[in-house]
Design a protein around this ligand. Structure first.
Ligand SMILES: Cc1cc2nc3c(=O)[nH]c(=O)nc-3n(C[C@H](O)[C@H](O)[C@H](O)COP(=O)(O)O)c2cc1C
Length: 196
């Protein structure tokens, strides 16, 4: 536990250092025995509009030796908050699957896929719905994680299970959205439990 907390702590430092110059989206370090999911090939895919979910994704990638993949839409979302809420509401209500900019080059190689999203209106974002619709996750463990503005998980996890009823999900993590990422102990505790 201490060791993993330490790993995440150093991940925080690296995350802070990486803010001005974000790491390449695909590319992680080699797992060691101290890491949760050691010996497994881990992908950490995430959507982030304002950086909070990205910060947690970076912590998870650092702690697990996973590779980062940023989910991005072809059409960017508005920066103006009210317009963003309006568009999010319209897309969620209508089950819109926005077109994504990039694809994971070789999804087959991964054993564990973390999938990160902000909580938007009580559920996960349409871009993550598009991502989940694009790949075959059979034989993989899927690990959802969410950041939120105080509402917690709400329907994020249950809605994701409903989208992929056959998938092998591990329990999701939910973290208050912060630019510096999740509380290191809370994140380490969740990762340790998952990997047991
Ligand atoms: C359109 C929109 C809807 C949101 N709805 C919720 C919500 O229902 N519950 C909640 O707790 N937070 C909500 N939030 C806050 C975000 O979940 C939170 O700020 C999150 O950490 C943002 O992640 P990001 O920086 O990776 O984009 C919403 C934010 C936006 C932009």
């Amino acid at each position: 536990m201490k060791k993993i907390t330490h790993l995440i702590g150093s991940g925080l430092l690296l995350t802070a250092a990486a803010c001005s110059n974000p790491p390449a989206d695909i590319g992680g370090s080699t797992p060691t025995n101290a890491q949760p999911f050691a010996g497994k090939k881990v992908l950490v895919a995430y959507y982030s509009h304002s950086g909070n979910t990205q910060a947690v994704a970076q912590q998870i990638a650092r702690a697990t030796g996973g590779e980062l993949f940023r989910i991005e839409t072809v059409q960017p979302y508005p920066d103006v908050y009210n317009r963003l809420v309006e568009q999010a509401q319209q897309e969620i209500q209508n089950g819109v699957l926005p077109e994504l900019k990039t694809t994971v080059p070789d999804m087959a190689q991964y054993d564990v896929v973390f999938v990160g999203s902000p909580n938007w209106l009580g559920t996960y974002v349409p871009a993550v719905k598009s991502f989940l619709a694009q790949y075959d996750f059979s034989g993989k463990q899927l690990v959802p994680f969410f950041t939120h503005g105080g509402g917690g998980m709400q329907n994020c996890e249950s809605d994701m299970h409903a989208q992929l009823p056959q998938a092998a999900f591990l329990p999701a993590g939910a973290f208050p959205g912060r630019s510096g990422g999740a509380d290191a102990d809370k994140l380490a505790g969740w990762l340790n439990k998952l990997a047991q």
